[in-house]
Design a protein around this ligand. Structure first.
Ligand SMILES: [Fe+2]
Length: 365
């Protein structure tokens, strides 16, 4: 059953000129996808742009310099909920190795990758996969992926990680170890930004032991009709924070002030997104932004997303008391993280905000 799933890579390399209808987006969504040339979109200079935040001075001994850097990070998390981080402290070498290893894995023949196939029907989502149609329309996304828990190492099953290339495990574990320090720093800035003690958000999301880092390598093959498909449909991330590397091929779009904004490819940056978890804990002060992925017909796009997720049952997501007041009532009902995921994914009950945003986007084009 597992092997009967059609890999998008196989479909793309079969030479088809027209994509199967399961991949064609609904009419109202096609308007906002536009002409399907993401390279032109990425070059556009007008309109709002995803902010670039330089973290060089995040720990500066000069208080004013340090505060200025932290203020910019906080502002970007409040206004956009997404940013390009530069001078983030993660070594170029390890990032390069992570990208090379992921690329080399996806360069393997599909038959080799199938040996790592996950089995979503039985709840086993780790491994090599493609989206399964989970609604009546059978809607699919133009993407294959590799997904696995990456940190903490004592909770991960490294036997299911790619064995080829041989550097995969070492590169990935070193990357997530370095990312761990960055996450602590960022959560402390976001805590202080809400007037909380600096360790508060970290503690709320499970701390160093229980905040899980999940790696998802997204592989978007060339698409013969990019104007009709999406690599990832519009959604917000459920986790606390997401960190994204990519192979410098554009595709990510953010829904900002009623329009889809295409993220630029910023050299040596990591894209960071605020997820629902931090949005809810902060009572909406930090923003979990709606985003999606376009595909193109010229170049394969690969992205490496690390989702930082709180423990599913232990974490009760609700606005922290300090973020609530008479004039700022709680915007979100209390739910465990697991209930939040179920609410979003299984019940498909997207929040009124997102529903409005989607309607608005299709009206605006
Ligand atoms: Fe996402």
């Amino acid at each position: 059953m597992v092997t009967s799933i059609v890999r998008v890579e196989s479909l793309a390399s079969s030479g088809i000129q027209a994509i199967p209808e399961e991949y064609i987006r609904p009419q109202e969504e096609l308007t906002s996808i536009g002409g399907g040339n993401v390279f032109e979109e990425e070059k556009k200079k007008e309109g709002p742009q995803v902010p670039t935040i330089d973290l060089m001075e995040i720990d500066s001994e000069d208080k004013l310099v340090r505060e200025e850097c932290r203020e910019q990070l906080k502002r970007a998390a409040m206004e956009w909920g997404v940013m390009h981080l530069v001078n983030h402290g993660i070594s170029d070498d390890v990032i390069d190795r992570v990208k090379k290893a992921g690329q080399a894995f996806f360069n393997l023949p599909v038959e080799e990758k199938e040996k790592y196939a996950n089995d979503q029907a039985s709840g086993n989502v780790e491994g090599y996969g493609s989206k399964l149609a989970n609604n009546a329309s059978g809607q699919l996304e133009w993407q294959d992926y590799f997904f696995h828990l990456a940190y903490p190492l004592d909770k991960t099953d490294m036997s299911i990680w790619p064995k080829s290339p041989t550097d995969y495990a070492e590169a990935t574990s070193e990357y997530t170890r370095q990312l761990r320090d960055l996450v602590t720093k960022i959560l402390s800035v976001l805590s202080l930004g809400l007037g909380l003690e600096e360790g508060r958000l970290e503690k709320e999301v499970g701390g160093v032991e229980e905040l899980l880092f999940k790696m998802k390598i997204n592989y978007y093959p060339k698409c013969p009709q990019p104007e009709l498909a999406l690599g990832v449909e519009a959604h917000t991330d459920v986790c606390a924070l997401t960190f994204i590397l990519h192979n410098m091929v554009p595709g990510l779009q953010l829904f900002y002030q009623g329009k889809w904004v295409t993220a630029k490819c910023v050299p040596n940056s990591i894209i960071m997104q605020v997820g629902d978890t931090i949005e809810i804990l902060s009572n909406g002060k930090y923003r979990s932004i709606l985003h999606r992925g376009l595909v193109n017909k010229e170049r394969v796009r690969i992205s490496w997303a690390v989702f930082c997720e709180p423990p599913e049952e232990k974490t009760l997501l609700k606005p922290l008391p300090e973020t609530v007041s008479e004039t700022e009532p709680p915007l979100f009902p209390p739910r465990t993280f697991r209930q939040h995921i179920q609410h979003k994914i299984f019940n498909k009950k997207i929040t009124q905000d997102q529903e409005d945003a989607l309607l608005f986007s299709t009206k605006q084009g």
